[in-house]
Design a protein around this ligand. Structure first.
Ligand code: UDP
Ligand code: MG
Length: 331
């Protein structure tokens, strides 16, 4: 099912057609003790913004009874909607589900564990009103472990800013505001929710950031550890590829292939000349093996590039996803 079909299906669940200004999307995985406080904190802020809002809580397969708490919240206040996953799919799919169901003009995401502060929401909204497509929270005073969490995330933030030229300090902060346009135009896979500003930069967006509060975890425990670092590095490679080459994969694979293939070919020719005219033995020349390898790798890379070109075309044509993004049309 394409994203558009999914969104149509999602919105057919909502019977009332009224316009909503703000959707708050919150993934929840085993956060039972935090939820009551979360509700109180949100409720202290959201009615005060004076606009229509909804809060979408996604229970990502919790097994600690979080769902019962969530249901209680919905019964108290039906601005709070609950989506319950069948099993634990992960934070990115949870947010993706929230985005599919969200009807707001502005969509704000936030963690359920009370580490983000709902009091910052008006701040983000104020910035959005200035016309930004994304306002990112920046945990200037982050309350997490230094070595296993803060250091890797610093490096990742630096790297991703360099590679994508979207300069924000804190990709990892869930507290961010997005315009509907952004959210409906990015497909999220793996752990990509962390990189929406980078992923969405393909369509040309205005991004800014504001410093936000951050608290240490009071209840439950973090779902991530140091092992996330490696996955983040792989994600960064994917994002760089998607942004720079997904429309023209042959340009990267082909270039690498041509380079290794040509080097391999030249050295092979050189060795053959040495063998034929200068009676040099090839048996004890590791360079010979290497050259043959390089020719093979070159051919493989070019073939891979051609395949990627075909896949890219199939992808765009099958999903009907355009290769451009329109801001407005004046007819
Ligand atoms: N979360 C989720 N599914 C998961 C892991 C986490 O929905 O598989 C939620 C979790 O309940 C929390 C948010 O994602 O609301 C961030 O998780 P966590 O606080 O563990 O991450 P950290 O703040 O330590 O980076
Ligand atoms: Mg947290």
């Amino acid at each position: 099912m394409s994203k558009n079909q999914r969104m149509a299906k999602a919105s057919s669940f909502c019977d009332e057609e009224e316009e909503i200004y703000l959707s708050v999307v919150i993934p929840v995985y085993n956060e039972k003790q935090s939820l009551e406080h979360l509700y109180e904190n949100l409720n202290a802020v959201l009615p005060g913004i004076g606009k229509s809002y909804e809060v979408i809580l996604i229970d990502d397969g919790s097994n600690d009874g979080s769902f019962i708490e969530l249901k209680k919240i919905h019964e108290k206040n039906n601005n709070y909607k609950i989506i319950r996953f069948r099993k634990n799919f992960g934070q990115t799919p949870a947010m993706s589900a929230g985005f599919d169901y969200a009807r707001g003009e502005v969509i704000i995401t936030l963690d359920a564990d009370l580490q983000n502060d709902p009091k910052d929401i008006p701040l983000l909204l104020e910035k959005m009103e200035e016309g930004y497509d994304i306002v990112s929270g920046w945990r200037a005073n982050r309350q997490d472990k230094a070595i296993s969490r803060k250091l890797p995330s610093r490096i990742a933030n630096w790297l991703i800013a360099k590679l994508t030229r979207v300069h924000i300090h804190d990709y990892g902060c869930t507290l961010k505001a997005y315009s509907r346009d952004v959210v409906k135009n990015v497909e999220l896979y793996g752990e990509m929710h962390r990189y929406i500003p980078a992923v969405a930069s393909w369509m040309g967006i205005n991004v800014t950031e504001v410093k936000v509060n951050h608290h240490s975890r009071k209840f439950g425990k973090s779902k991530y550890g140091i092992s996330r670092t490696i996955r983040v590095i792989l994600d960064i490679i994917t994002i760089k590829y998607l942004l720079s080459y997904s429309q023209r994969p042959i340009q990267i694979f082909g270039l690498l292939g041509l380079f290794t293939g040509t080097v391999g070919l030249i050295t092979t020719i050189y060795l053959i000349i040495m063998r034929l005219f200068f009676q040099m033995s090839l048996a004890d020349r590791p360079l010979f093996t290497l050259s043959i390898f390089m020719i093979f790798i070159g051919v493989q890379l070019i073939t891979m590039g051609i395949l990627a070109e075909l896949i890219m075309r199939t992808y765009h044509e099958a999903s009907g996803k355009p290769t451009y993004a329109v801001k407005e049309i004046i007819d």
